[in-house]
Design a binder for this molecule. Structure first.
Ligand SMILES: CCOCCOc1ccc(-c2cn(C[C@@H]3NC[C@@H](O)[C@H]3O)nn2)cc1
Length: 448
């Protein structure tokens, strides 16, 4: 048994996202998003699940905030549904949508919980997708208009902002792998989307500095992969580097260095695709940011295989214990990838997502999700290890506060500290909720 004591100003939180929890998809003046379209398309989401109702948090947010207060978190990461703010993407502003988020944020602040706000967590207004979505540079301007509305409305209330959640998912998972909305399967589209979202990020950061010069921090939240080579061969090591770089470097090099990583740029060029860089783009993307959010779930062991997807990098099942979504459990990858990111400097880092899909349900009112406790324990231990090395890791947000709509997996994959019965909307704190509550209350963790 070991005691891990955390710094007194360390932030403990939990995270969700608008499309995954809000529901009320046709209420409050909300417009349709690409995820409404995608989820309503047969075959895209498990068993036809969608976010029409989700955890009904649009109506139940006060109950949710009471549970956050009981959990004891001091920070709550959530996202804004752009289609509630500007329903057709770049037209009329919807006052009802803005007022909803004011009520929500005010309730959070009343509860002593810091809002940690993601502007874009994948729910692009469908009206913008109808004219090309992120492939169309018009969406950059639309995003900046949306960001300006939010900055002007919430400066003083919201002090922590993230522009984009998981740019790899927005670009590659959604436009090359085709697994998320809008479901394209083309490398050039993926590079177009990835580049344009970076330009939008840069413009939004620049605008934030003008609107909130000294009142808040802004960054971006890549999901990061950690890949270890199956052998010591140069081919396997290169295959791993490609896998790591496509999640982190492809987006963080432009932000911190003003250029794309050369090796991966050349790899894509050989495949016939290059980012559509225009004059001035790289300069705007390189606006200084205050923090990055890191979403980490699991590492992989990879080897070179020319048949293995767009990176010729094949993940190998090494027989580790897995969560119920099939991801291996190995927390050392979190330590390694955070150290890998130090090449961008000792930047302020928040773990904005980390958690386990464990599908246990209630038995006599108790959800004994011991595997989730084990997962959280070993990953929080690695967080302490990173801090002990002098790295500026400032906070940890568990994914997720509650079970919710897990994208293409629908409601069958549960990441929550709180169990949700999706028929009745009854929330049941799991054993992991009470374990995490104790860690937060003590600000130290004792391994079992
Ligand atoms: C065969 C090719 O297959 C490609 C891998 O396909 C996926 C699917 C899903 C993910 C994924 C899901 N999550 C959790 C979410 N993060 C954001 C938040 O909204 C959570 O719901 N992280 N990563 C990664 C990769």
């Amino acid at each position: 048994m070991t005691i891990f004591q955390f710094p007194k100003d360390f932030r403990w939180g939990a995270a969700t996202a608008s499309y995954q929890i809000e529901g009320a998809y046709q209420e409050g003046g909300r417009g349709l998003s690409i995820w409404d379209t995608f989820a309503h398309t047969p075959g895209k989401v498990f068993d036809g699940h969608n976010g029409n109702i989700a955890t009904d948090s649009y109506h139940r947010y006060e109950e949710d905030i009471a549970l956050m207060k009981e959990l004891g978190i001091d920070t709550y990461r959530f996202s804004i549904a752009w289609p509630r703010i500007i329903p057709d993407g770049d037209g009329e502003i919807n006052r009802e949508g803005i007022d909803f988020y004011h009520r929500f944020v005010d309730k959070l602040l009343e509860a002593g919980i810091e809002p940690f706000c993601t502007l874009y967590h994948w729910d692009l207004p469908q009206a913008l997708q109808d004219v090309g979505g992120w492939e169309n540079r018009r969406t950059i301007d639309a995003f900046v208009k949306y960001a300006e509305v939010m900055f002007r409305e919430f400066t003083g209330k919201i002090k922590f902002w993230l522009t984009f959640n998981e740019p790899w998912c927005i670009a590659f998972l959604s436009n090359l792998e085709g697994k998320h909305a809008p479901g394209n399967t083309d490398l050039q589209i993926a590079l177009n989307v990835g580049h344009n979202l970076l330009v939008a990020h840069g413009h939004a950061v620049k605008l934030f500095r003008e609107i909130s010069p000294s009142d808040g921090q802004i960054g971006i939240a890549p999901n990061v992969a950690w890949a270890v080579p199956y052998s010591k061969s140069a081919e396997d090591r290169a295959a791993c580097n490609r896998n790591i770089e496509v999640y982190a470097d492809w987006f963080l090099d432009p932000v911190y260095k003003g250029s794309y990583p050369e090796s991966l740029y050349n790899w894509f060029q050989q495949a016939g695709a290059t980012p559509p860089v225009q004059e001035g783009d790289m300069e705007i993307i390189q606006q200084p940011i205050d923090l990055i959010g890191i979403n980490y779930y699991h590492p992989t062991v990879n080897r070179y295989n020319p048949e293995a997807g767009y990176l010729h990098s094949e993940p190998i099942d090494m027989g580790l214990f897995k969560t119920d979504i099939g991801w291996p459990i190995d927390s050392v990858g979190l330590y390694d990838v955070i150290h890998y990111l130090q090449k961008y400097g000792n930047i302020d880092i928040y773990i904005t997502e980390n958690g386990a899909c464990i599908n246990d349900g209630p038995e006599n009112g108790i959800v004994n999700d011991s595997m989730r406790i084990s997962y959280l324990q070993q990953h929080i231990a690695q967080v302490h290890r990173v801090i002990n090395d002098g790295i500026h890791l400032k906070g940890y947000m568990a994914w997720s506060l509650m079970d919710n709509f897990e994208w293409a997996e629908g409601y069958r994959m549960r990441f929550g500290l709180i169990h949700v019965d999706f028929r009745t909307q009854v929330r049941t704190p799991k054993e992991s909720f009470y374990w995490y509550q104790n860690v937060i209350r003590n600000n130290w963790m004792e391994t079992r």
